[in-house]
Design a protein around this ligand. Structure first.
Ligand code: NAP
Length: 381
């Protein structure tokens, strides 16, 4: 039985994590959680999880109201509240399903406290992969990714020796606008881009799928999680999202994680600390997978992947700038303040202004993140 702190309980990954905790009461007990603005989820969550003793929500006034209603629970709120919750609550496992850089500091705190960290928040690895890896090297905590592609790679990598590996192949659906002609892309609004063909997810990641910044982030995550360089990591388009990623061996075999797209599976895999539930399959030719279609990645359609790879070559503050400018641009696109193609163009302009430090501290990362956010907002204006 593991006691669990769930960060981002009101979101897409958060609510699927709640399903797993509810369905496996002998293995997991929810003792603390956070929501953001959707505080109305608190009552509903507490009905199913009565052992909760700590909660975070953004609004400080609402936190006082909830405290009056649930006096036995400690409530946190405000800017530093998430960090305080992660620092003070009593838990063994942190499932981190926040979106954006808000997830970095709690991830670092959970590891510093030697906890098991099941990490969905990819922005934490993108902006602080070097900090997280240093903590793991010092023997602090354990890390299990939740992203389906990285769970797939972790499963496939268990089946081969390092010297047998030719490539890690990360599959990509191409997002909601994948079939839109290039000259019509810029007219597409957020309502079009939010209509993902194979996955139902939060708004930010769904837009990141349409630009494929999400795939760029996944390349960065794979680098930090598995230690393979850009020459070993490939992106392959795959329409059906049935192959979650694969490893190609030097003798031409593909080790594949195959299954219907359902995030409960990778979340479960992480929460059970990498004990496989579904096995991998192996083929010599991808055409053997009759229900799957694969295509080459097109860098013209998806410049964000190249921006992400460039930032990874620079590391440090370049990755922070990539993430911060992307968060601001996606937000602006969701509010119809910039067009689709201006997302990648604005990020490229910001990246050209970065004076890099390849190994920043957490404080430097957070300060630089704020600076780039302001710069991007100015540029968009
Ligand atoms: N969804 C997927 O299938 C999927 C798959 C792979 C990886 N991921 C990654 O997992 C993470 C979560 O994705 P998601 O789709 O679950 O996102 P989501 O549905 O938007 O949920 C995000 C959660 O974070 C909370 N939050 C956002 N900003 C916050 C802040 N400043 N302070 C405190 N809480 C804040 C939200 O609270 P409120 O909503 O209450 O405001 C919500 O609980 C992302 O990094 C994403 O890239 C998601």
């Amino acid at each position: 039985m593991k006691t669990v702190l769930l960060l981002g309980a009101s979101g897409s990954i958060g609510s699927q994590t709640l399903d797993i905790i509810r369905d496996n009461p002998n293995d997991f007990k929810l003792v603390a959680f956070s929501v953001g603005n959707r505080h109305e989820k608190i009552d509903e969550i507490l009905k199913n999880h009565q052992e909760v003793r700590s909660i975070y929500l953004i609004d400080e006034g609402k936190a006082i109201e909830y405290k009056a209603k649930y006096p036995h629970i400690k409530f946190y709120s405000g800017e530093k509240g998430l960090a305080k919750l992660t620092n003070n609550a009593d838990y063994e496992m942190c499932v981190e399903a926040l979106v954006g850089i808000a997830g970095l500091e709690p991830a670092v705190i959970a590891l510093k406290r030697n906890k098991i960290l099941c990490l969905a928040n990819k922005e934490a690895l993108v902006t602080g992969g070097h900090i997280i890896n240093n903590l793991l090297k010092e023997g602090k905590g354990k890390l299990y990714p939740i992203d389906s592609e990285h769970v797939a790679l972790a499963k496939c990598l268990k089946k081969v020796k390092p010297e047998e590996i030719d490539k890690l192949i990360i599959t990509a659906s191409g997002g909601a606008l994948r079939n839109v002609p290039l000259d019509e892309l810029d007219n597409k609004k957020a309502s079009d881009a939010l209509n993902h063909p194979t996955w139902k997810m939060g708004a930010k990641i769904t837009i990141d799928c349409a630009t494929m910044m999400n795939k760029g982030f996944e390349v960065i995550e794979a680098y930090y999680l598995f230690g393979y360089g850009l020459d070993k990591i490939e992106v392959l388009m795959h329409d059906e999202s049935l192959v979650h990623s694969m490893v190609k061996t030097k003798d031409g075999r593909y080790i594949i994680d195959y299954g219907k797209p359902d995030m409960h599976n990778p979340i479960r895999y992480a929460m059970y600390e990498g004990k496989a539930f579904l096995d991998t399959i192996e083929v010599r030719d991808l055409n053997e997978l009759k229900d799957c279609h694969f295509h080459k990645f097109d860098p013209k359609r998806y410049p964000c992947v190249l921006l992400a790879k460039d930032a990874l070559k620079q590391k440090g503050l370049s990755l922070v700038a990539l993430n911060a400018s992307n968060e601001i641009c996606v937000n602006a696109y969701l509010k119809d303040k910039i067009s689709f193609l201006n997302i990648s163009k604005t990020i490229a302009r910001i990246m050209s202004k970065v004076d890099n430090n390849p190994n920043p501290s957490l404080e430097e990362v957070l300060n630089f993140d704020k600076y780039i956010r302001d710069l991007t907002k100015e540029m968009i204006k």
